[in-house]
Write a new protein. Structure first.
Lengths: 113, 116
């Protein structure tokens, strides 16, 4: 069974550009999470979806960040405009239910120059 | 707020030996879950082991086992017969159970080096 799929695996962009990260959760999982990992702050939850509906976006840093889940098999995290401080590894994770174990994708390493 | 503390930023072990990684947490909840995730150089976050707080028996997965001490709020990971492929960053994580609790709280991680 395929795990969580993320694309791209690496992204290098210039400050001010729009960045879109993509995630395909494990089939049948109804909970999806976006995390950001930095050296300074460790792993932080950005947003949580349940049955495609955003439940908790309190971790989204600011209005430059937005996330969508148009259907059960696809989610995007968008940064517009991007800034150098957004450089980090972004993980998507999914779980069968919000109470179940979260399984992580391979992450997207973002570098904003 | 719940916190997870990993007091060992780095650890090293000889191949085939045993190593224990420490984790403590702070919570006022009585029921919760604890996890160890492994992050190798590929950056993939891989679930190693999971423990339900209501279970007294320590979880075991092949060479990986935990020592869960609920009263002490301690959750250490023991890796037996260490292999080169065990080299990674290890994260301890906590999640309350019940209600609408979904948030994983992670420790800062312990970087494990395995020496041949």
């Amino acid at each position: 069974d395929a795990g969580v799929i993320q694309s791209p695996r690496h992204e290098v962009t210039e400050m001010g550009q729009e960045v879109t990260l993509r995630c395909k959760p494990i089939s049948g999982h109804n909970s999806l999470f976006w995390y950001r990992q930095t050296m300074m702050r460790g792993l932080e939850l950005l947003i949580y979806f349940n049955n495609n509906v955003p439940i908790d976006d309190s971790g989204m840093p600011e209005d430059r960040f937005s996330a969508k889940m148009p259907n059960a098999s696809f989610s995007t995290l968008k940064i517009q405009p991007s800034e150098p401080r957004d450089s980090a590894v972004y993980f998507c994770a999914s779980s069968l239910d919000y109470r179940e174990t979260q399984y992580f994708g391979p992450g997207t390493r973002l570098l904003v120059l | 707020a719940q916190t997870v503390t990993q007091s060992q930023p780095e650890m090293s072990v000889q191949e085939a030996e045993t190593v224990t990684l420490s984790c403590t947490y702070d919570t006022s909840e009585s029921d919760y879950y604890l996890f160890w995730y492994k992050q190798p150089p590929s950056r993939q976050m891989i679930l190693v082991i999971r423990q339900e707080a209501y279970k007294q028996q320590n979880a075991t997965e092949n060479r990986f086992s935990v020592n869960f001490q609920k009263a002490a709020k301690s959750f250490s990971l023991k890796i037996s017969d260490s292999q080169l492929g065990d080299a990674a960053m290890y994260f301890c994580a906590y999640r309350a159970s019940g209600g609408s609790n979904y948030k994983l709280t992670f420790g800062k991680g312990t970087l494990l080096t395995v020496n041949p």
